[in-house]
Design a protein around this ligand. Structure first.
Ligand SMILES: C[S@@+](CC[C@H](N)C(=O)[O-])C[C@H]1O[C@@H](n2cnc3c(N)ncnc32)[C@H](O)[C@@H]1O
Ligand SMILES: [Zn+2]
Length: 353
């Protein structure tokens, strides 16, 4: 019999997100045993929500994915709302298919030293993914390191379908929590990975330092962040335009946003993706083609997720390479590397602590 998600969580590494003490118990209900705190935490679908009181307030309208169709306009809620809808659409059943699916972690791995994400067996340990989204990257990480315990955290309610689709893997467990206040003790993880999450939080600096805090000395950390495109006007100018439309677009419901993005996708393909692909066929113009936004687009569906991200995510911090480097330095990490993936915008930063 497969253990329940909640039973697989090692409570000894948990800290209370409110009082920061190692005082969480999950049985028979999730709560903090510190008499000065006594915070209680809901558990739905075997997943505890370990939020501090402030995050509770932000997320209170979104306690679980059964509450569809809400139209709260709050800026942070909107981000959670849209992401959760996007990822709830992809309740994925086929684990083997996910392992074969070319996803973010595959592009990231191309920039990393060998075995960064595939720690040598027979050692054991823990892996943390912050912002699990669809869960595809997490399933791969857990698969690469079968002796390790994988922990996935996300703020949104798409974590419920994500956990359900991962049930077949015994080394995966999920906790609903915020990147800004991770419910884990210092130095708990051998690998910490987060793709495209910190820049969607109100405080990417805090998210970054939380990730480093929970990493063991010698552990591997890797994250992907949006770039400022400081040297590429072809991307910077349209982005500035889109961001000025955010006042309107972030107020759209998930359905309205999806419709808007479907409607504009043919124009994006015709004006950007297809011309870029023609340029990329000529060796001398390949570099220029790669600078076009949406240069990888083939069909409306292939660019829908990116368009919804551009228009719908309320918070989109962007970093120059120097600003990214400062995130490491501010966290007393002297040895780190910031690279780019083949053909993809954004920076990958990694280090060993
Ligand atoms: C762009 S998606 C990336 C998901 C996944 N890492 C991937 O590569 O597909 C951003 C994810 O971050 C989550 N998120 C946003 N703010 C968060 C926070 N403060 N703490 C934890 N997760 C957060 C969203 O719910 C969403 O799943
Ligand atoms: Zn507490």
């Amino acid at each position: 019999m497969m253990k329940k998600n909640i039973d697989q969580i090692d409570a000894s590494i948990l800290i209370c997100p409110e009082c920061k003490q190692r005082s969480i118990t999950l049985e028979p209900s999730a709560h903090c045993t510190n008499p000065n705190c006594k915070k209680t935490f809901p558990i739905w679908d075997e997943i505890p929500s370990l939020f501090d009181r402030k995050t509770d307030e932000i997320t209170q309208h979104f306690p679980d994915r059964r509450m569809e169709g809400l139209t709260t306009q709050d800026i942070i809620n909107n981000a959670i709302y849209n992401w959760s809808h996007i990822f709830s659409d992809c309740d994925r059943e086929n684990f083997e298919k996910d392992i074969a699916f070319d996803y973010h972690i595959d592009a990231v791995e191309g920039t990393l030293p060998d075995s960064f994400f595939r720690l040598s067996t027979p050692s054991t340990g823990r892996i943390l993914e912050i912002g699990t989204g669809t869960g595809v990257d997490g399933r791969k990480l857990a698969h690469y390191n079968p002796n390790f315990d994988y922990y996935g955290v996300d703020l949104g309610f798409a974590i419920y379908p994500c956990q359900r689709s991962s049930k077949k893997r015994s080394n995966q467990r999920y906790i609903r929590a915020s990147a800004l206040s991770l419910p884990f003790a210092d130095a708990s993880f051998d690998i910490v990975y987060s793709y495209g999450v910190f820049h969607h939080t109100p405080d990417p600096y805090k998210a970054f330092s939380e990730a480093i805090r929970v990493l063991k000395p010698g552990g591997h950390f890797c994250t992907y962040l949006y770039e400022k495109h400081e040297n590429n006007a072809l991307k910077r100018i349209p982005l500035t335009l889109i961001e000025s439309l955010h006042v309107l677009t972030r107020r759209l419901s998930h359905k309205q946003l999806k419709l808007l993005c479907y409607l504009i996708s043919p124009a994006v393909l015709l004006l950007l993706s297809y011309p870029a692909q023609i340029l990329k066929k000529t060796p001398k113009l390949k570099l220029l083609g790669n600078k076009f936004p949406y240069h990888h687009g083939t069909t409306p569906k292939s660019i829908l997720g990116d368009l919804m991200d551009r228009f719908g995510a309320s918070i989109n911090y962007r970093f120059s390479k120097e600003e990214f480097a400062n995130l490491f330095r501010q966290n007393k990490i002297a040895q780190f590397k910031i690279t780019k993936m083949n053909d993809r915008a954004g920076y990958v930063g990694f280090c060993s602590k």
